[in-house]
Design a protein around this ligand. Structure first.
Ligand code: DX5
Ligand code: ZN
Length: 226
């Protein structure tokens, strides 16, 4: 599986967002992780469409949009129009409608003219059995390694066991699906999480605190050869 670092702009300085994204890109990050929160599914509200539209103008990076919102299906077209390349939504926020939302995402094209990638996410307390029925239909499964809602939290160690179990399940089914991890990842635990089977790694504070470009290249170095 290709290893990909996805810096999360939630931890960026929004007064100089364009410059900080450029630094992350120069450091070698191919993805930009965009966290959308609605104050309902998670207690916090982050940012939405206008920010995505502005940022889309300043980079070609893959926009990995992580929607922490109720009924995510409502916004698939809007996020695509604002520049999303992939949309990952929470199974906990879309009960009874998950297969339809995945299909809807795949049927929608990005501004680059290609179908959106579809991802499903689980919170730390949700078992991997919640995503298993959809594993063959998605491009990425996100295992949250902190409770969604805020950046800068400490990784919950038990979530690494979920990553390991999920990779074993995907391998046993012959499915080459990305496993993305999100929350509390830094140079001190990234090697462990890759070893457990994750291949897409979100990093907010550990990228945007300090020298962004060198943080990115250090983390990519620790992820190992592609
Ligand atoms: C949390 C968000 C994360 C967050 C990660 O709900 O989904 O993407 O930005 O931030 P760090 O890496 O600081 O934990
Ligand atoms: Zn996220």
């Amino acid at each position: 599986m290709k290893k990909i670092l996805a810096p999360s702009i939630l931890a960026a300085d929004f007064t100089v967002l364009g410059e900080q994204i450029k630094a992350a890109s120069e450091g070698g990050a191919p993805y930009l992780h965009v966290d959308v929160m609605d104050g309902m599914f998670v207690p916090s509200i982050s940012f939405g469409m206008p920010v995505m539209v502005s940022v889309r103008k300043c980079t070609d990076m893959f926009f990995d949009v992580h929607v922490m919102i109720e009924k995510p299906d409502r916004y698939v077209e809007r996020f695509a129009e604002c520049g999303a390349d992939g949309i990952t939504f929470h199974v906990e926020a879309d009960e009874g409608h998950i297969a339809e939302t995945i299909k809807h995402i795949h049927e929608t094209k990005s501004l680059k003219g290609v179908p959106l990638k579809a991802g499903i996410a689980i919170k730390p307390g949700t078992p991997i059995s919640a995503v298993m029925p959809y594993a063959a239909d998605v491009d990425v499964i996100m295992v949250m390694t902190v409770e969604p809602g805020f950046g800068g939290q400490k990784l919950i160690p038990e979530t690494i066991d979920k990553v390991r179990a999920l990779r074993a399940f995907l391998d046993s089914e012959g499915l080459a699906v990305d496993i993305e991890v999100d929350g509390g990842i830094s140079s001190s635990n990234i090697e462990n999480i890759i070893k457990a089977g994750a291949n897409v790694v979100v990093a907010g504070s550990s990228v945007f605190r300090g020298d962004i470009k060198s943080n990115v290249s250090e983390l990519i170095g620790l992820m190992g050869e592609n």
